[in-house]
Design a protein around this ligand. Structure first.
Ligand code: AMP
Length: 536
């Protein structure tokens, strides 16, 4: 028996029945424009109607190239609600990679902000499928050649009462591309059902934390993860479902982000460590008050040093874990157990499984390793919202789901109570004399050295040992950090927490570390730079 259409889990339901339904609650952009949820709902209807008028509907794929704006949030809803797929283009990729993703996704339309025209326009002759172009602008609406219309004018011409189609919950809702260490970007997609279940589980996981932690209906939300990165980690759906006051900051500029946090009294954000580190630098310089701000760090490990810096500023900081292929949340730090500021270990641990997630740490034969908080293996997962596979890539999809579990490619250990700690990415492990050295353990210990701003541990080829660990560091000032780092590592070796071969051969000082397109430290590039002698 097939389920009746009204029982399907659809993204529209997150919008139609928000948990805190105050139609006068507001959504802001970074330039002072504001709309109420009532207006937001109307604009989604108008956008849906405008897209439908252009012949876009079920089965279409609609790309967006924009900063983090309320307009983008409107697309998060209107596009899937008309039965189309929202392709969130990673505007930090190279133009050739952007072209690859637009062609691979077979986009039928591209909504492009004026700032990205210099990237898009030269690519147009090589976009294989004829795509309708919609112009997004914060300035005067002078339509570029070839564009079908400007966003605001298109919306203004439509009524808000769009009759959304009934859809099967397995309809594809979102698509984006993740870049691996090799090869072309890989397309990852999610269905309505997956996004609704992810939203509900994240709401339950973060919403039921007693006291000061988690996400509550009186929070003020501002994403600091670009909306193209795993649809802003799914939080825009959560924030809208909860009816929160939301701030979409536009282009990330540290001074403006701090001003927005202060102006709107933002209480909840999420970002990768490098963004927080950048904001803390700016906050130190501007003496900003960030107390009471809750920040979830993901996308890379939260080091003790960064957590300590944030806590010293009164930020309530926790780690969470996931990846592009997992929608993304699969774990979150135990926010209940970390109510005391000192509990750095709990705040920085990769956390425990989110609701409805099954996690295992396994050896290469898929046998569970002991849950002793020491023995490492690969993290594999199951949950109702993990991606089914990569677009047009059966081999990649089969590898991802080998043995019926999603392989994360992350190395971790687990304690008896299910707390996971990632020690490495399989691709980044350092193997010295046949033994693994945890790059994240080295970085974590080094991160607390005074005067250190950022650190990356990488393996460099070594004739005798195969590989040897090297630290690449960015200093906060001019004081050297080698002695303090070595002291911390020696202490950990003496205590038996690190093997003695983990002591890095070298500590290289650089002025900045290379970043990936989603703002994480790019270890692959660091290794290449070391091989070429560009870092020594
Ligand atoms: P992405 O697909 O770009 O979101 O990257 C996902 C990867 O980021 C994961 O496979 C991990 O290697 C890493 N990652 C995400 N969250 C954490 C975390 N809390 N601790 C350590 N690594 C993390």
């Amino acid at each position: 028996m097939t389920a009746p259409p009204y029982s399907q889990l659809l993204i529209g339901q997150l919008l139609r029945a928000p948990a805190g339904s105050d139609p006068d609650q507001t959504i802001h952009d970074g330039a002072g424009r504001v709309q109420t949820y009532r207006q937001f709902h109307a604009r989604i209807g108008q956008l849906a109607a405008a897209l439908a008028r252009m012949g876009l509907g079920r089965g279409a794929t609609i790309a967006v190239m924009d900063w983090d704006t309320p307009r983008y949030l409107e697309c998060f809803f209107a596009v899937p609600m008309i039965g189309a797929t929202l392709h969130t283009v990673n505007i930090r990729l190279s133009p050739e990679q952007v072209l690859f993703t637009i062609n691979h996704a077979e986009d039928d339309a591209v909504l492009c902000h004026a700032d990205f025209l210099p990237m898009l326009l030269p690519l147009l002759p090589r976009i294989r499928r004829p795509a309708r172009l919609i112009f997004l602008t914060d300035g005067p609406a002078v339509l570029p050649p070839g564009f079908a219309g400007e966003y605001e004018s298109l919306l203004a011409a439509e009524s808000a009462d769009f009759a959304y189609p009934d859809l099967p919950e397995d309809s594809r809702a979102t698509l984006f591309y993740t870049t691996g260490t090799t090869g072309d970007p890989k397309g990852v997609s999610y269905s309505h059902r997956q996004l609704v279940l992810h939203t509900l589980a994240v709401t339950a996981g973060f919403g039921t934390v007693p006291g000061k932690g988690g996400v509550k209906r009186d929070d003020v939300y501002m994403p600091l993860t670009p909306l193209f990165h795993v649809h802003g980690w799914g939080f825009p759906y959560v924030a809208t479902f909860l009816g929160l006051k939301q701030i979409y900051p536009g282009r990330y500029d540290p001074a403006r982000l701090l001003a927005l946090i202060a102006e709107h009294k933002v209480t909840f954000s999420h970002c990768v460590p490098t963004i927080l580190s950048m904001l803390l630098d700016a906050a130190d310089a501007a003496r900003s008050d960030l107390s009471g701000w809750k920040v979830v760090i993901g996308g890379a490990a939260l080091s003790e040093g960064l957590a300590r810096r944030a806590l010293d500023k009164g930020i309530n900081i926790h780690a969470a874990y996931g990846m592009s292929e997992t929608c993304p949340f699969v774990t979150m730090a135990d926010m209940v157990a970390s109510q005391s500021d000192d509990d750095i270990t709990i705040r920085t641990a990769t956390g425990r499984a989110a609701p409805l997630v099954e996690l295992r740490v396994v050896d290469p034969q898929m046998r569970d390793v002991p849950h002793d908080g020491r023995t490492t293996g690969e993290v594999v997962a199951r949950a109702p919202w993990l991606t089914a596979g990569y677009l047009h890539n059966p081999q990649g999809s089969a590898d991802l789901w080998q043995g019926g579990w999603l392989h994360t490619g992350d190395v971790a250990h687990m304690t008896a109570n299910g707390t996971l700690r990632i020690t490495d990415r399989l691709k980044d492990v350092i193997k010295s004399g046949g033994e693994w050295v945890s790059s994240l353990a080295l970085e974590n210990l080094a991160s607390t050295a005074p005067g250190l701003r950022e650190v990356a541990a990488v393996g460099v080829p070594d004739e005798r040992w195969g590989e040897r660990p090297v630290l690449v560091v960015v200093l906060a000032g001019s004081e050297p950090v080698d002695a303090a780092i070595k002291q911390r590592l020696s202490g950990a070796i003496a205590a038996g927490d690190l093997p003695k071969w983990a002591m890095p051969d070298r500590i290289c000082v650089v002025t900045s570390l290379p970043r990936t397109s989603v703002g994480k430290i790019d270890k692959k590039l660091i290794r290449q730079m070391m091989a070429k002698g560009e870092i020594a």
